[in-house]
Design a protein around this ligand. Structure first.
Ligand code: SF4
Length: 98
């Protein structure tokens, strides 16, 4: 969930192994693990917006490295080929096509 909305749901292994939403990708990338030893952890820039003052369009837009003009319109949640549901205009392609 991000800013009060579900942004990704689906099979646990699929979501954890190949996150499809940029926020999920950032969260998973920020978790320390043995196989990341010596590598910098991912940081999601910025802060979670106030629910009283959400940005126009996608609520994650100001923190997302994939954001573009399309993201000024709020994305709907869509069902991917692997049945997971993701709320993003630019689903991380490698994640759902693996
Ligand atoms: S809709 Fe755009 S800003 Fe929002 S998560 Fe997807 S790519 Fe990022």
């Amino acid at each position: 969930m991000y800013a009060g909305k579900v942004v990704e749901s689906g099979d646990v292994d699929a979501v954890l192994d190949r996150p499809g939403h940029p926020y999920t990708e950032g969260l998973i990338g920020s978790v320390p693990s043995r196989n990341k030893r010596g590598h910098a952890l991912t940081q999601i820039p910025g802060m979670t917006p106030s629910l009283l003052n959400l940005p126009v369009g996608c609520a994650f837009r100001q923190r997302c490295r994939y954001a573009d003009q399309v993201c000024e319109t709020a994305p709907n949640i869509t069902t991917q080929e692997d049945h997971r549901k993701i709320r993003c205009h630019h689903v991380v392609e490698a994640a759902v096509n693996a």
